[in-house]
Design a protein around this ligand. Structure first.
Ligand code: ADP
Ligand code: ZN
Length: 747
């Protein structure tokens, strides 16, 4: 047996190490690094990826088993993507199975093949007698034969049977008898015209770049020409025309024969950006694949194949699009790079933005991060010259950045009939805009009607039976809901605890804002957008399109609509409560608040008329709010970085969060503490360890949770040490422990 007919395979589940298998002669030619195969493992059939042709190891002869089958003709992973997979598994401490499942779309893993279409025609060799006989006996089958006799070429089987209302089995009978011939042909793929593409009628004319934009594009083109791994941050204020800069950079890369991946936090929330990319490149004859969660398996397969074969060179999508098998990748763009949505919250817990940077390194290309409010990590990387920076400091056409009015809700009188939610000041502004026929947007980052039900007598708060969270009141359905586990129950009228007859609502959600605004402006057209109203797939796009056409006066929504949208007729934006994001137990609370204020105000004054922003708060003097009001990025950065440095938070250290959970609270606590003692004894000198402590959400879906933090200089250096100890530590099976690397959500 020759050396070449052995391959190494990483199986999805099983071992982290590659295993050697023999390849039957006939299959050898179709195997490459990255091919998906089925192999025998512990008496079962397992799916795996070929990680190497041949092997470096000495293998005892006769011990090896043959692989069972090669799943796809085209390897599922390119060599680069295989390297990326290995890194992902290591860095995010994720199993090969979870990594491969994240990277390879389901229809590919399942061995889906080209769409084929069956064609039918009269068998020219069939006896005329047999046909004549049949026509007499079976009228339905006769219809089909008569119809086929008229056709000059083979015709599609399914469509024909459908239109003639003939069952497939009668047709198959005729095929068996040899009267009809069946053939197949590969179907035309229309991957880039999926279900989402139709509704996005958007402007597609390029703008003449202004001076700042032109300078940014110039800088990017130089970086692209260096054909080396680079990261650049496009820091452009809201409305400064970042998209136009992205489009120019993309055009340049495509002209040079390269491919592009464009990441957005969520495809459904970026219809304008996606539409602009699609329409702009369509005219140039470029095919754009939009990678989103609503693709059918067939569409997903076709899209993947179109990309894999170099037919479509642009992929736009949310974080998983970073794994698109673009052959000659020359540019990765991450729009709204600061967004926590790029982080996947279950295994593999990767951050799409960070994977983008790593993949650019593997592909030796440019990674372009863009935002009006970049993350502190990226700004820090700019300050230490690791990243290049390009700035857009002015809005296009010199439009004004709107002024932020801070309304101190401790002093300002609330408007009557608004449950104290809306200040007189904001109500008056809303009225004026309505009279002027201009549009307004109101934000509150909390859905539902009211955030909790509390008894004024005994202080009892209605909370979830499965999570340590208060239940949110939803007025329309008269129910209390848990926004984490979806538990719901009928809302009580009196206190279930002390039987006091009247329980009180506390804290407001978007539903209550909607009610309050209706009381202020009974004649305005008001629409609310949040996770509760967005149950129908296309509703979001419909509402935005109605809003654009002026059919809606006031749009109320959660943070869901705070970013990226561009409506020229919006002249007033209100933030109902700026304090919500300040009081979360997250070291990024200030950063989040600053970003929210800047992004929210960025929605106003994008047309010819100047915009106004009203921010209601109980803490007008808190630094992030003050810095945002003055648009003082540098000031905020300086103060926040000093704080992060003092407490060793990112960007100065990487965080690893070790989560312990289980149904038995005592056990979870016990093992968290035992482990913490152990790791402190062994690694306490080398890494800073904090905890263990109950997680901010102590209980989720009946699981009790504890966490422990490691503050490390380098994940690559320190993680293996932690893992080495974890492997040997006698954890109880009832306590699940997971590592979250560079966590974004610390609840
Ligand atoms: P950002 O993403 O930076 O907030 P956009 O890219 O959405 O900004 O651009 C804001 C608006 O300005 C869009 O309607 C866009 O078409 C328009 N625009 C972009 N560049 C120019 C330009 N050079 N001249 C005129 N209008 C422009
Ligand atoms: Zn719950």
């Amino acid at each position: 047996m020759s050396e070449e007919q052995i391959v190494e395979v990483i199986t999805f589940s099983g071992f982290d190490k590659a295993l050697a298998y023999k390849v039957p002669d006939h299959a050898f030619g179709s195997l490459q690094v990255g091919s998906l195969v089925k192999v025998p493992l512990r008496n079962r059939s397992e799916v795996g990826i070929v990680s190497q042709i041949g092997t470096g190891q000495v293998i005892p002869k006769g011990k090896l088993k043959f692989i069972y089958e090669v799943i796809n003709k085209i390897p599922a992973l390119t060599p680069d993507l295989l390297k990326l997979a290995k890194w992902l598994g290591f860095y995010y401490n994720a199993s090969p199975e979870s990594v491969f499942e994240a990277m390879i779309p389901l229809p590919i893993r399942k061995g889906m093949d080209m769409k084929v279409e069956k064609l039918i025609q009269i068998n020219p060799d069939a006896s005329q007698e047999a046909i004549a006989n049949l026509i007499k006996r079976a009228p339905k089958q006769a219809d089909l034969l008569e119809f086929l006799k008229e056709q000059k070429t083979p015709i599609p089987k399914n469509k024909t049977l459908e239109s003639l209302k003939i069952s497939p089995s009668s047709c198959d009978g005729l095929i068996k008898k040899g009267l009809i011939l069946e053939t197949s042909q590969q179907d035309e793929r229309i991957a880039y015209e999926d279900t989402l593409s139709k509704a996005e009628a958007v402007e597609n004319t390029a703008h003449k770049l202004n001076e700042e934009q032109a300078n940014a594009v110039d800088g990017l083109e130089k970086l692209i020409d260096e054909k080396a791994f680079k990261v650049a941050l496009l820091h452009g204020i809201t409305g400064s025309g970042k998209t136009e800069v992205y489009l120019s950079a993309m055009k340049k890369v495509l002209k040079d024969g390269g491919g592009v991946i464009f990441l957005v936090p969520e495809v459904a929330l970026a219809p304008q950006t996606v539409g602009r990319i699609r329409s702009r490149f369509k005219v140039l004859g470029e095919k754009v694949v939009v990678w989103h969660s609503q693709l059918s398996n067939g569409e997903r397969y076709d899209s993947w194949l179109a990309v894999r074969q170099g037919e479509a060179r642009i992929v736009v999508g949310a974080r998983s699009a970073i794994f698109a098998p673009i052959p000659n990748l020359k540019l990765i763009i991450v729009d709204e790079e600061h967004e926590p949505a790029f982080k996947q919250e279950d295994t593999p817990r990767y951050n799409g933005r960070d994977v983008a940077v790593y993949r650019s390194m593997l592909s030796n290309c440019l990674c372009l991060l863009g935002s009006a409010t970049p993350s502190l990590e990226s700004l820090y990387n700019v300050s230490i010259k690791k990243y290049h920076v390009l700035k857009l400091t002015k809005r296009v056409d010199d439009r004004q950045i709107p002024r932020i009015d801070l309304i101190d809700m401790r002093r300002e009188k609330p408007r009557p009939n608004t449950s104290g939610i809306i200040s007189n000041y904001l109500a008056e502004k809303l009225l004026t805009r309505f009279e002027l026929k201009e549009q307004s947007i109101l934000f509150l980052n909390r859905r539902g009607y009211s955030s909790s039900m509390i008894c004024p007598e005994c202080g009892h708060v209605e909370s979830c039976e499965h999570c340590s969270l208060t239940l949110t009141y939803h007025k329309k359905i008269q129910k209390l809901k848990c926004h984490t586990c979806n538990f719901e129950k009928k809302a009580p009228t009196g206190c279930p605890h002390c039987k006091f007859p009247k329980i009180r609502l506390q804290g407001s959600g978007t539903q209550r804002v909607e009610e309050a605004v209706r009381n202020v402006l009974p004649h305005a057209k008001i629409v609310r957008i949040d996770a509760d109203t967005m149950v129908k797939k296309d509703l979001y796009r419909e509402i935005l399109s109605d809003f654009r056409r002026g059919k809606i006066d006031i749009l109320i929504g959660t943070q869901m609509i705070a970013k990226g949208l561009d409506f020229p007729n919006v002249t007033l934006v209100g933030l109902i409560n700026a304090d919500l994001s300040l009081h979360i137990s997250d070291f990024r609370a200030a950063e989040r608040t600053f970003q929210l204020l800047v992004q929210v105000s960025g929605r106003a004054g994008r047309g010819d008329r100047a915009g106004e922003v009203v921010v209601q708060t109980l803490t007008p003097h808190s630094p992030p709010i003050q810095y945002a009001r003055r648009s003082d990025f540098d000031g905020f950065l300086e103060e926040e970085l000093a704080m992060r440095k003092e407490f060793n938070y990112p960007p100065y250290r990487h965080l690893i969060r070790h989560i312990f959970k289980g149904k038995n609270a005592e056990k979870v606590e016990f093992y968290a503490e035992q482990w913490a003692d152990h790791i402190d004894k062994h690694l306490g000198e080398q890494l800073e360890i904090r905890g263990p402590a109950p997680a901010p959400l102590e209980k989720i879906k009946d699981d009790y949770r504890f966490h422990l933090w490691y503050f490390v200089d380098s994940v690559t250096k320190q993680l293996p040490k932690i893992l080495e100890h974890r492997e040997k530590f006698p954890f109880d099976a009832a306590v699940i422990n997971t590592l979250d690397i560079d966590p974004m959500n610390v609840s």
